[in-house]
Design a protein around this ligand. Structure first.
Ligand SMILES: C[S@@+](CC[C@H](N)C(=O)[O-])C[C@H]1O[C@@H](n2cnc3c(N)ncnc32)[C@H](O)[C@@H]1O
Length: 349
């Protein structure tokens, strides 16, 4: 796949996913590459980058970073994330590419890294489903946690309808109408007693530099996601959670080595599987299966995930749950890539 095709495919994807701004940027960049403009020079070293490294989104992130750093005022005019209004965004971006290639080039080397707060809607709903079956407090372990924002999912507000909020109703993070379908009955509560995660490249949600990185990869016209992320940074200041630098399999080998009585250990991951090598994926599955054999009713284990899956109608994001000691597997819900709305399947218990 050529660079041009990658940019155009990514533009079409972004348009379909509700970011006209990112789509316009990438269509503009593609036309500029074709015409031999400044984007052609900037992107030339990335002509053979694998498709999965999403060069278009790296370019969009690098430009957004300059906007957020107040280093591209004429481009910022078009960026809703800083109060701008979309217009001829590529014309302004082209100037930035022409004038600041040395600033953009090193940022283009970085992988896209996000931490999507909307996915907490799947995680928290899953924890509530579990809470209908056990009163045990939750020990939450997240692999591929990025900045660990969703380890604070119980400290976000879930606004079911006007005046009905569950989770932490006082939270600055509010997920509006996050759920449809067969919702948990009787609104069980859940208590998280431990929050711990790992990532190959953990980010610190209390540091200005890492906040900038996470913010820059949010599509700049998706203002709700952008605000939600900023609100989650303030929750992270109040609610500590450790995210250490480790592979998922090493982290689980250590954390699941001995059963932990008196708590429900929940291993959670969202949009991580596709980034793991086949060997790492198998190792993660094996660590969980082994720990499952050691689980007991007093020291139970659960794996909860939101991951894209091939289904008959194409790709869907499924919320899946496996619980031990029984080893029972369930597809709890279907969601969008960024979380809401999460549609819960009928309860069968
Ligand atoms: C698309 S991000 C998703 C982050 C977060 N789970 C979310 O939903 O916002 C994938 C994350 O997986 C991490 N990752 C990739 N391979 C990993 C591995 N073998 N072990 C731990 N983390 C890994 C990446 O560094 C990245 O932060």
């Amino acid at each position: 796949v050529t660079l041009l095709e990658q940019l155009r495919d990514q533009a079409a994807y972004c348009r379909g996913a509700g970011s006209a701004l990112t789509a316009d940027l990438l269509d503009g960049a593609a036309a500029d590459v074709e015409a031999g403009g400044p984007a052609a020079d900037l992107l030339a070293p990335h002509a053979d980058d694998p498709r999965g490294t999403v060069v278009g989104l790296r370019l969009a992130g690098a430009l957004h970073r300059l906007v957020l750093e107040r280093r591209a005022p004429a481009l910022a005019v078009h960026y809703p994330s800083v109060g701008g209004t979309p217009g001829d965004v590529w014309a302004a971006a082209r100037e930035v590419v022409a004038e600041q290639p040395d600033v953009l080039a090193p940022v283009l080397q970085r992988p896209v890294q996000t931490n999507e707060v909307g996915r907490a809607a799947a995680l928290y709903g899953g924890l509530l489903r579990l809470a209908t079956r056990t009163d045990l407090p939750v020990r939450l372990l997240e692999v591929g946690a990025s900045a660990g924002l969703n380890l604070r999912c119980d400290r976000f507000a879930y606004s079911l309808r006007a005046g009905v909020e569950i989770g932490d109703a006082t939270s600055p993070v509010v997920l509006g109408r996050p759920w449809t379908g067969d919702l948990p009955r009787g609104w069980p509560t859940t208590t998280v007693v431990e929050r711990r995660g790992c990532d190959l490249a953990p980010l610190d949600p209390t540091s200005a530099a890492d906040r900038l990185t996470l913010s820059s990869y949010v599509w700049a016209d998706q203002v709700d996601r952008f605000r939600r992320l900023a609100a989650a940074f303030t929750v992270a200041e109040r609610v500590p959670a450790v995210v250490e630098r480790a592979t998922a399999s090493d982290f689980l080998a250590r954390e699941l080595a001995v059963p932990r009585p008196g708590v429900l250990t929940v291993v959670w991951h969202s949009v991580v599987r596709q980034y793991l090598s086949a060997a790492e994926r198998r190792a993660v599955d094996d660590r969980l299966a082994e720990a499952g054999t050691r689980a007991t009713p007093g020291a139970p284990l659960a794996r909860l995930s939101l991951e894209p899956q091939q289904v008959s109608s194409g790709q869907a994001f499924l919320v899946e749950l496996t619980t031990w000691p029984t080893g029972r597997h369930e597809v709890l819900a279907t969601a969008r890539g960024h979380g809401p709305p999460v549609h819960w399947n009928p309860l069968d218990t």
